[in-house]
Design a protein around this ligand. Structure first.
Ligand SMILES: NC(=O)c1ccc[n+]([C@@H]2O[C@H](COP(=O)([O-])OP(=O)(O)OC[C@H]3O[C@@H](n4cnc5c(N)ncnc54)[C@H](OP(=O)(O)O)[C@@H]3O)[C@@H](O)[C@H]2O)c1
Length: 212
């Protein structure tokens, strides 16, 4: 009896959220449910985020690009085609059940503080690298723990995946001719499976790494 009660209560909560926020129930459903269509939100639409979003939009996935300056994303949007949208970071998170983080590493704590609650329950694919010359002391701290684990701890309420960080954005552009290998590590298997699906959709080859 208890599980049935929890399920119907969850459905009620999702329905209420959908009515009050305008987010469709389909988008609000568990991101790691294999039957849920992927909606992808990109935080940071530069070399990595722009390239990945273009590939997924062209492959048929609904994509919303975002940055701190969404008004400057018109070229990326035009190149990505009709499945692509642009918005604020908050809008991209609300739109999507899979979020890609492609920003300078030093922005991660600030994004976690500002959007951690909104990211709750979503799959977060983190492509970021930490460099001391760009990201300062935070990079050293992250490397001391392991960058993937450090980021996973910044976003504990997400289904966290680290992927795309070890490949140059230009190699992602055409799936490297179909033989670019993309290593991914993950906090849970279901999120790993979604990452694998999305890596394949870019034309690259997923390589399963370790559980975080
Ligand atoms: N380039 C590569 O080949 C490559 C490969 C693997 C991994 N990476 C890693 O991937 C990450 C992104 O690299 P990139 O080369 O794509 O960088 P990029 O071209 O400079 O793009 C960074 C994007 O992040 C946005 N941004 C910066 N701070 C933000 C914040 N606080 N909130 C929201 N958006 C923010 C920027 O837009 P606004 O300034 O308008 O907000 C921009 O769209 C980095 O951590 C990098 O080390 C890069």
């Amino acid at each position: 009896m208890q599980p049935r009660f929890q399920l119907s209560r969850r459905a009620l909560v999702l329905g209420a959220v959908a009515v009050t926020t305008g987010i469709s129930i389909r988008t609000a459903m568990a991101a790691d449910d294999p039957t849920t269509p992927r909606h992808i939100g990109i935080i940071g639409a530069g070399q990595v985020g722009g390239t990945l979003g273009r590939l997924w939009a062209r492959a048929g996935y609904p994509v919303m690009f975002s940055s701190r300056h969404p008004d400057q994303l018109q070229i990326t949007l035009a190149e990505a085609g009709p499945n692509a949208h642009a918005g604020s970071v908050a809008q991209a998170i609300a739109f999507a059940n899979v979020i890609v983080l492609a920003v300078p590493y030093k922005a991660e704590p600030e994004i976690a503080a500002q959007y951690g609650a909104a990211l709750s329950g979503k799959i977060l694919i983190d492509a970021d690298n930490a460099y001391a010359f760009r990201d300062g002391a935070l990079a050293n701290e992250a490397h001391a723990e392991g960058v993937a684990r450090y980021s996973a701890h910044l976003f504990p309420q997400t289904h966290f995946v680290r992927a795309f960080n070890s490949v140059n954005a230009s190699s992602l552009a055409n799936g490297g001719g179909g033989n670019t290998q993309i290593l991914y590590s993950y906090t849970d298997n279901a999120a790993g499976d979604v990452a694998s699906e999305l890596i394949k959709a870019t034309g690259s080859v997923p390589v399963r790494g370790h559980e975080l």
